[in-house]
Design a protein around this ligand. Structure first.
Ligand code: MEV
Length: 427
């Protein structure tokens, strides 16, 4: 992918032509994007029950993301104005300073068989030690494909949780699911292991009493702190202040520090990060609910909900960074079933899941940089209002001539629903 200048100034056809050149796709393919008609309705109907239609969302591109040594043009699905613009602007800005440095720190996922054992804990421990391998052998056939790709079950442990709840234990399994998000794989393994455990307990020579064992549930955990990516940008304070104004770095850091100590600000701050992350997660057909749930619980890992990103201004250097747990897939699930998701991956050069984690995190950090830099300088409304004006005009069913006139009229005025309505009464 190449760097591009003035992308936002191109009209839609020119944008499509650019991405068509970059990806080598046939032009007619992208023309269909307009109405989302590359999605086969029947296939969508098979995804979820009681389907009676589709729900369209804007599909945009944020070019110029330099992440490590590669440039990406990132597809984003989001209805909120200014998000794609802010991501693109921040990406282009950081490209001048070496772009985003991203690293997958770890990629382990976890799942549990939650169960009750009302007998002696020592018997359970003995049972587990004797039969651990039998439990793993039971899932060998399911793991074959995953193991061929380098993944599979990494560990199985018996966890005593009786301090938290009477007679509560877990079998905790860790997994590497390679490029798949892996929810189905993990849940199948867990349910099979739970059934095998129950079966072995029924053996009359078993060290545990089957009547005292009750499997409660078997399910993956969406809390994946060990499926984690780190992303950062850095530059000299002088260079950044030169662009944004004297004292910017200090003000920016202050805003991040506020989000570290104040929950009201932290939630909004992190929401801004997720504006970027979710938009890529949606565009690639990944599970935004699990990513959201995990990100916010991770933000509370110290026992207090805090900003996910951190900033340091030290020795003339500005560094802005974030660690984010992200369980995403680039194979299986919707990523291969939904044609738009498939196309999003194609536009990004078909990344593996490590690369997609890095891209999502970089977009999240860019989004956060864009939002906070607006907040501590011009305020957020200046950028927002341009698109908001258009939304209000459309709601009030303005003609294209009225829209053009309104754009000029409101260029230096405060936009509100009533001011636009009043404007339309006389124009
Ligand atoms: C709006 O969707 C997101 C922001 O509120 C984020 C922030 O305040 O940092 C602008």
């Amino acid at each position: 992918m190449n760097q591009v200048s003035g992308f936002s100034k191109l009209n839609k056809e020119q944008k499509i032509e650019w991405i068509q050149n970059m990806t080598g796709r046939d032009l007619s393919y992208f023309e269909k994007f307009d109405a989302g008609i590359i999605a086969d309705q029947k296939r969508l109907e098979e995804l979820s029950e009681n389907t009676i239609g589709n729900f369209h969302m804007p599909y945009g591109l944020a070019p110029n993301f330099l992440i490590n040594d590669d440039i990406y043009c990132v597809p984003m699905v989001i209805e909120e104005s200014s998000v794609v613009a802010a991501a693109s602007k921040a990406a282009k800005f950081w490209m001048n300073f070496g772009g985003f440095k991203a690293k997958v720190v770890s990629k382990t996922k976890v799942g549990h068989v939650h169960f009750t054992y009302e007998g002696y804990a020592g018997d359970l421990e003995e049972f587990f030690e004797i039969h651990k391998q039998d439990l793993l052998d039971e899932v060998k056939s399911f793991c074959e494909n995953m193991e061929k790709r380098g993944g599979g079950v990494r560990s199985i442990d018996l966890i005593d949780k009786c301090h938290a709840l009477d007679n509560y234990y877990q079998l905790e399994l860790t997994f590497d699911t390679c490029d798949a998000m892996g929810a189905n794989f993990i849940n199948t393994v867990l349910e099979t292991i739970a059934a095998k455990m129950l079966l072995i307990s029924r053996n009359k020579y078993s060290s545990i009493d089957e009547d005292k064992l009750k499997i409660n549930m078997s399910i993956l955990s969406n809390y994946t702190p060990n499926c984690n990516v780190h992303v950062s940008v850095s530059a000299n304070v002088d260079q950044i202040d030169e662009k944004f104004g004297q004292g910017f770095c200090k003000d920016f850091k202050r805003a991040i520090d506020i989000a570290k100590v104040d929950i009201s600000r932290a939630v909004t701050h992190n929401k801004g990060i997720m504006n970027g992350v979710d938009a890529v997660i949606l565009a690639t057909g990944n599970d935004f609910r699990s990513v959201e749930a995990c990100a916010h619980s991770y933000a509370s890992r110290s026992g207090r909900y805090r900003s996910l990103s951190s900033c340091s201004v030290y020795d003339g250097k500005f560094t802005f960074e974030m660690s984010l747990p992200l369980s995403v897939g680039t194979v299986g699930g919707l990523t291969s079933l939904h044609p738009m998701a498939k196309e999003s991956l194609h536009i990004m050069g078909n990344p593996n899941s490590d690369k997609l984690m890095k891209i999502c995190a970089a977009v999240g950090l860019a989004q956060n940089f864009g939002a906070v830099s607006s907040l501590v300088t011009t305020g957020i409304q200046k950028g927002h209002m341009k698109m908001h004006l258009l939304n209000i005009l459309n709601q009030l069913e303005a003609t294209s001539m009225q829209i053009e006139e309104a754009k000029k009229y409101f260029a230096d005025k405060i936009v509100s629903f009533s001011s636009v309505r009043d404007f339309l009464k006389v124009h």
